[in-house]
Design a protein around this ligand. Sequence first.
Ligand SMILES: [Zn+2]
Length: 208
Amino acid sequence: MIHKILPVGPLQCNCSVIGDENTHEAMVIDPGDDIDDIIAVITEHKLQVKQIVITHAHIDHVGGAMKLRAKTGAPILLNQNDYALLKMLDVQAGWLGMKPPGDVEIEAGLAHDQTLRAGKLAASVLHTPGHTEGSVCLYFPAEKMLIAGDTLFARSIGRTDLPGGSFEKIKRSLHDRVLTLPDETKVIPGHGPLTTIGEEREENPFLK
Ligand SMILES: [Zn+2]
């Protein structure tokens, strides 16, 4: 597996470029910004991007998606429960003092338990509402890896005070759909350092 993590944009969202080293098919997760850096990785590894996956519709995760689609032709996927939030990108840009990225066109939804593929790589979609209604995580069982979006961070969890957030829902998502994964699962959060499910089970004060 080819996997590059690029912290992009002013909020340093962890964008993942994940590719099959044999077929060179790839997916890009959360291209929030800095699309030229993402394209450089794609070019370096001769990747063909099959899909652009958005863990949730916050501007720091989705802001560069249309630019990346224009350069790769890949479809943009987002859970339908975040479509309303996607319509508020101008408002979100205002919160952060950023330039609104314009409309983002979603080609398809992301349903719980759906499998996404790039070459021999397979990820299951976990719908994990709480940070937003349409937040998802991507679990790669063969690679024992979770792309967690803003649902789980090292020693923290996603904020739930923004529109669509719910502390009760994020707790339920974490307990029912994230903490059920094996301890050795490597976690790539939406921001900040990497961790594992086992470490968070032991050390994360929000999961007690
Ligand atoms: Zn977020």
